[in-house]
Design a binder for this molecule. Structure first.
Ligand code: IMP
Ligand code: MG
Length: 182
């Protein structure tokens, strides 16, 4: 079923998202000046964020993608993380920045950090557009090096985030309220 756009209420405007992308891009540029940096976008939610963020990065940059899934298309995290598509290139010896749409329970990042560190990168940092700290489950504590916005524990869509695959194309981030019967 196609979800109803009328149930989406703007939380972060398109303008504010763009301003933050520029700020984070400048911060990353300063931190990695003169170094080689690889952005690893986590598909599919990081697509708009990575795309807008990377245009503000002045350090030498390469990009790669990885897809994993923890949600089964609904509004609850299943807990189990599954690798759907692996990187195209080796990250051995590379300075990697994982680019994520949102950190909620932390399961996905925990899995990704362990998976990446086993491949011998020079460094791994995390950049997330959104952080939902109240969603974190016990034991999932780690530093998110670059955070766009810290948000309340609500289900959000837009700017890459989806409900059942929809709403990723919205240029803003909004809270989705399900109908009473859901
Ligand atoms: P975590 O493993 O629970 O931290 O969740 C990470 C993934 O769950 C994100 O990359 C999103 O794909 C998805 N997710 C978590 N919260 C939301 C939300 O509010 N809206 C849409 N997707 C979400
Ligand atoms: Mg995701």
């Amino acid at each position: 079923m196609i979800p109803d756009i009328k149930r989406v209420e703007t939380l972060i405007s398109a303008e504010d998202v763009q301003v933050r992308c520029a700020e984070l891009g400048a911060q990353i540029s300063a931190d990695y000046e003169g170094r080689d940096v690889t952005f690893v976008g986590i598909l599919k939610g990081s697509i708009p964020f990575l795309s807008d963020l990377m245009r503000h990065v002045t350090a030498p940059l390469q990009i790669d993608f990885l897809e994993c899934s923890s949600y089964s298309g609904g509004m609850q995290s299943s807990g189990a993380v599954r690798l759907v598509k692996d990187l195209s290139h080796s990250i051995e010896g590379k300075d990697v920045v994982i680019v994520e749409d949102i950190v909620d329970t932390g399961h996905t990042l925990r899995y990704l950090l362990e998976n990446f560190l086993a491949r011998g990168p020079r460094s791994v940092r995390i950049c997330a557009l959104l952080d939902k700290p109240e969603g974190r489950v016990d034991g999932e504590e780690f530093t998110i090096d670059y955070v766009g916005f810290t948000i309340p524990n609500k289900f959000v869509v837009g700017f890459g985030l989806d409900l059942g695959g929809y709403f990723r194309n919205l240029p803003y981030v909004g809270v989705y309220s399900p109908p009473e019967s859901d």
